[in-house]
Write a protein that binds this ligand. Structure first.
Ligand SMILES: Cc1cc2nc3c(=O)[nH]c(=O)nc-3n(C[C@H](O)[C@H](O)[C@H](O)COP(=O)(O)O)c2cc1C
Length: 371
């Protein structure tokens, strides 16, 4: 092992889950589950990342059981027997290669996909908006909210029953849960809204609490959050540490063990006005303010961030020195790697052996197939 990367290859334990190292495969939608059912090619794709030494694999977003909870055909379901049987095949394949895995449980709210695909029924969201002043779909009734909370809990219980090691709740990037957090999409007049981020966190807290009740006390629950939204890259739910505490602490108290703090570039400081340009990143602040374990993410091992990937932008392989420095300071507990693992399933092994000349970078063409 190259001594500089050793810090990434320390084990990590939380509740019933023990990971051999700190490298997490970031959740990445592939829209390659025909009829919403993952099959042998999806299982082989995840298995290859387990064989490549990834500590924890998070699946692509997979949607909970609501009439319309996805925004593209071929996004996998996480409800109904054919899909759950398909996921059993995936987790068994990953375990067969010695890996650990959790599904990312998702509801896309009122967002549109990129292909122009339209779902068969109306989309749902807190206030029938997809962005500030932009109407789309239906405002959720109290009953729809309660059913959605129950759908998340059912999906988590199914994940545990199928043998997954953890689950991640997708609370980021402008999808349903984030549409409750964000003032731009939450105009409700009931208890799911209010003047503060703490009040707008109520829906997410109910989802977390219902999941915690469904999976029991020791099963790790990860919650992914972001300041930015696909509708507005510069949006910030928490412009100060006090607001970040108001946002995230109730979610940790509701039962989230690990916060997955989504950033485009992990080395960017969250509040540079407080601790400078080399200050803590989002995951660093979230850990400090809540005491929860955190996952950081964003352009690890690559030369550019992921927004360009959808437009066909490639990214060169880069070093991991800045990552090692931050991990050595225990700024966060785990690091998620996205695109580098799409092009290079052996990324983790290459980092561990110091075989960095052989790293592949990211080629957008790799998104066209499951390799
Ligand atoms: C093709 C692709 C699909 C993605 N799908 C998801 C998703 O389903 N859920 C999610 O939370 N983030 C998703 N993301 C964001 C990644 O999880 C990750 O945060 C982002 O790519 C930054 O990491 P990277 O710079 O290492 O690629 C996706 C990113 C890419 C490139």
């Amino acid at each position: 092992m190259s001594s500089s990367s050793a810090v990434l290859f320390r084990p990590f334990s939380l509740g019933t889950m023990t990971l051999p190292n700190r490298i997490v495969m970031a959740p990445m939608t592939r829209t390659m589950a025909p009829a919403g059912v993952p099959g042998p090619s999806n299982a082989a794709y995840y298995r290859r990342r387990a064989e490549g030494g990834v500590g924890l694999i998070l699946s692509e977003g997979t949607v909970v059981g609501r009439p319309v909870s996805r925004n593209e055909a071929d996004i996998p379901f996480f409800h109904g027997e054919p899909a759950l049987a398909g996921w059993k095949g995936v987790v068994d394949a990953v375990h067969g290669a010695g890996g650990r895995m959790g599904p990312q449980l998702w509801h896309t709210g009122s967002t549109r996909g990129m292909s122009g695909w339209e779902p068969e029924g109306p989309v749902e969201s807190p206030s029938g908006l997809v962005g500030p002043g932009e109407a789309r779909g239906e405002t959720m009734s109290e009953e729809a909210i309660a059913d959605t909370v129950a759908a998340f809990a059912a999906a988590a219980a199914d994940a545990k029953r199928l043998g997954f090691d953890t689950i991640e709740i997708h609370g980021a990037h402008g999808y349903l849960i984030d549409q409750f957090f964000w003032q731009g999409t939450n105009m409700r007049a009931d208890r799911y809204n209010g003047a503060t981020i703490k009040e707008r966190s109520r829906f997410a807290a109910e989802v977390v609490a219902a999941i915690r009740a469904a999976v029991g006390p020791d099963y790790p629950v990860i919650l992914r959050v972001s300041q930015w939204k696909q509708q507005d890259f510069s949006a910030r739910l928490a412009p100060s540490p006090a607001e970040m505490t108001d946002w995230l602490l109730p979610l940790v108290e509701a039962g989230a063990d690990i916060l997955h703090c989504s950033q485009r570039r992990f080395w960017e400081p969250e509040f540079p006005e407080i601790d400078g340009e080399a200050g803590l990143n989002f995951a660093g602040w979230a850990k400090k303010l809540t005491g929860a374990a955190t996952i950081s993410v964003g352009s690890v091992g690559l030369s550019s961030d992921f927004f360009g990937a959808f437009g066909g932008e490639n990214s060169q392989a880069g070093g991991i020195e800045r990552l090692v420095e931050r991990m050595e300071r225990d700024e966060f507990d785990l690091i998620a790697v996205g695109r580098a693992l799409i092009s290079d399933p052996d990324w983790a092994h290459k980092i561990q052996s110091g075989d960095t000349a052989d790293l592949r970078g990211f080629h957008a063409a790799a998104l066209a197939e499951l390799v």
